[in-house]
Design a protein around this ligand. Structure first.
Ligand SMILES: CC(C)(COP(=O)(O)OP(=O)(O)OC[C@H]1O[C@@H](n2cnc3c(N)ncnc32)[C@H](O)[C@@H]1OP(=O)(O)O)[C@@H](O)C(=O)NCCC(=O)NCCS
Length: 147
């Protein structure tokens, strides 16, 4: 069974391992640790299946906007609705905190993530050219109005 809960500092090892597995330019364990402890704007969640952490996601709540930072799911657990569950938890939390909108950047070529976000109400609103320094790929800025 899939459960989504707030992340705690003890989850850091597992979150950092998933981050490394899923991204070509992963956030360092130290940066993720700061997110879980010192960053008052940060809200992070982990997804568990049978007690094992299989994915995580986070956002920054800045004034009345939620900036989604990362969503990642370990490759053995993909296409089971884990990312959708994490994203919905983030958006529910943002609404409870009275955010009016959520936004994120995604690589233009990341079709699976783009579809995930589009399915959950995000629409493309702009491009940040050459945003990703490893490949010079553009970032698509996506936006979701929260009711
Ligand atoms: C993108 C990612 C988070 C999706 O995780 P996931 O748990 O497999 O996604 P879900 O099972 O919740 O899928 C939700 C929807 O996203 C879309 N989607 C997810 N994976 C897809 C794929 N490989 N191809 C096409 N669409 C896909 C589909 O619309 C899917 O709905 P459906 O299964 O009903 O068709 C995962 O592939 C991942 O961790 N990728 C690497 C990290 C990354 O790119 N993160 C996002 C950028 S911040």
């Amino acid at each position: 069974m899939l459960t989504i809960r707030r992340a705690i500092f003890d989850d850091l090892d597992k979150i950092a391992a998933i981050e490394k597995e899923c991204f070509t330019t992963p956030w360092s364990e130290a940066s993720l640790g700061t997110e879980l402890t010192l960053n008052a704007l940060a809200r992070y969640f982990v997804a568990e299946i049978s007690g094992e952490i299989v994915g995580y996601g986070g956002m920054w709540v800045i004034a009345d906007e939620a900036h989604i930072t990362n969503i990642a799911v370990s490759s053995n657990y993909r296409r089971q609705g884990v990312a959708r569950g994490i994203l919905h938890k983030l958006l529910d939390t943002a609404k409870k905190e009275r955010c009016k909108a959520a936004t994120l950047e995604v690589r233009v070529g990341n079709t699976q993530a783009r579809r995930l976000y589009e399915d959950s109400g995000f629409a493309p609103v702009g491009i940040r050219p050459k945003y990703y320094y490893d490949t010079n790929e553009d970032a698509l800025i996506m936006w979701c109005v929260l009711e």
